[in-house]
Design a binder for this molecule. Structure first.
Ligand SMILES: [Zn+2]
Length: 396
């Protein structure tokens, strides 16, 4: 790996994303040795490493093999299923490895990936990603979450949960307007309790107001006192349900201690899609209201370069830019949604501190608004006190 700048380094007058004022940093031996308030300026903006809590490393970089653009979420699911015949160990390793390399180069230090899991057999991708996670440990830490349609999970859940537990993973399900939904969700929570597993759901990823799987998930989380252990991804249908009902639901979600992952790019691309017609609805979960109700809100990449979303580069700061625009967010108030909030959710911290590792992102910008505004501003990725060569930039 090409590096530069060995020895003691200083950065003067930098902004720290999400914190007031300017700061001077000294770096030696791979650590931040001092971090002090400064009167200087011009040092750029520094962000902690990013944590991408919701991705799909088994599906990624397959968009070139898709016969056409997806016309709906379920059309994307069909095309993706047809592609699994190509998923050899080598194919999975090549595509997922490329994804991790891109994430690392873009300043991500942690990724959680959902991996499709049907039936009792551990999927090939789970084995391949477990090996890749070992290779990448310390550069990009990888967490794996099983992703099984809810109806299948209640049939095969015992063996899936046991295998997921044995490999230190998270249990997940795809929940969307299933028959007998509440009792099936309760069965998933039974499994999680019995095996001491965290849960991560794809829930209500659509625009029918009848989609209310999240209601059952919140109720079970409250009942079983599983705060901080249950993450809900998408929640698009919340954007079309009655506001008063949603407010009351989010309040219960805050009390229950669920987390909400908002996937702004994939949802904007796939929701309300119809060839030749401009989308009116963008499937954005009510993230301001959720956070105000006490729910931990995070942003993730979701699908990258596959049937669901043929774009993206595991650049979570770019996802953040989309979230800022589509969600009317003040960047400084929400930067934690791609760094500290998801890191904390997995029991880690990315926060910069004196004595901590010199791992961070430095952008040649006056402040965070400036960084969001200028996608081509130079970006340095610092790992262990050294700059990854490909991101050297001019800060003068
Ligand atoms: Zn997803």
């Amino acid at each position: 790996m090409p590096m530069r700048d060995y020895g003691i380094k200083t950065i003067e007058g930098a902004g720290l994303a999400g914190r007031a004022g300017r700061w001077d940093l000294s770096i030696a031996g791979g650590r931040i040795t001092t971090l002090r308030a400064s009167q200087a300026s011009g040092g750029g903006v520094i962000l902690p490493l990013l944590a991408d809590i919701h991705t799909h490393l088994d599906k990624t970089f397959t968009s070139c093999r898709m016969p056409q653009r997806a016309e709906s979420l379920f059309h994307a699911i069909e095309m993706m299923a047809a592609d699994t015949r190509n998923w050899s160990d080598a194919d999975l390793r090549e595509r997922a490895g490329k994804a991790l390399a891109r994430a690392y180069a873009n300043g991500t230090g942690l990724i959680r990936s959902h991996l499709d899991w049907h039936g009792t057999q551990t999927p090939k991708a789970w084995h391949v990603l477990t090996e890749l996670a070992q290779d990448w440990h310390g550069r990009v830490d990888v967490e794996l979450a099983s992703l099984t349609p809810l109806d299948d999970l209640v049939v095969h859940g015992e063996s899936i949960a046991a295998a997921v537990k044995a490999s230190g993973g998270v249990l997940g399900a795809f929940v969307y307007r299933n028959a007998d939904l509440a009792s099936k969700v309760a069965q998933v929570f039974d499994l999680a309790e019995r095996c001491d597993l965290h849960l991560d759901f794809h829930v209500d990823e659509g625009l029918e107001p009848e989609a209310c799987g999240i209601d059952a998930i919140i109720a079970e989380t409250r009942k079983r006192d599983m705060q901080g252990r249950v993450l809900c991804g998408h929640g698009c249908a919340l954007s079309v349900r009655q506001p008063a009902e949603v407010a009351e639901l989010l309040s219960r979600g805050g009390d229950a201690g669920i987390g909400l992952t908002v996937l702004p790019e994939c949802n904007a691309y796939l929701q309300d899609v119809e060839p030749g017609r401009t989308p009116r609805l963008r499937g954005l979960a009510p993230l301001h209201e959720a956070r105000a109700a006490g729910i931990k809100v995070m942003f993730g990449s979701d699908n990258v370069r596959d049937a669901f979303y043929p774009y993206g580069d595991y650049d979570l700061f770019d996802v953040f830019r989309t979230a800022v625009l589509s969600g009317h967010l003040a960047p400084g108030d929400w930067i934690d949604a791609i760094s500290e909030a998801p890191a904390n959710w997995t029991g880690r911290s990315m926060r910069l501190r004196e004595g901590g590792p010199a791992d961070f992102i430095r952008i040649a910008a006056a402040d965070l608004d400036d960084a969001v505004s200028r996608p081509r501003a130079a970006r340095q990725i610092w790992r262990g006190g050294q700059i990854l060569a490909e991101h050297q930039g001019d800060f003068t």
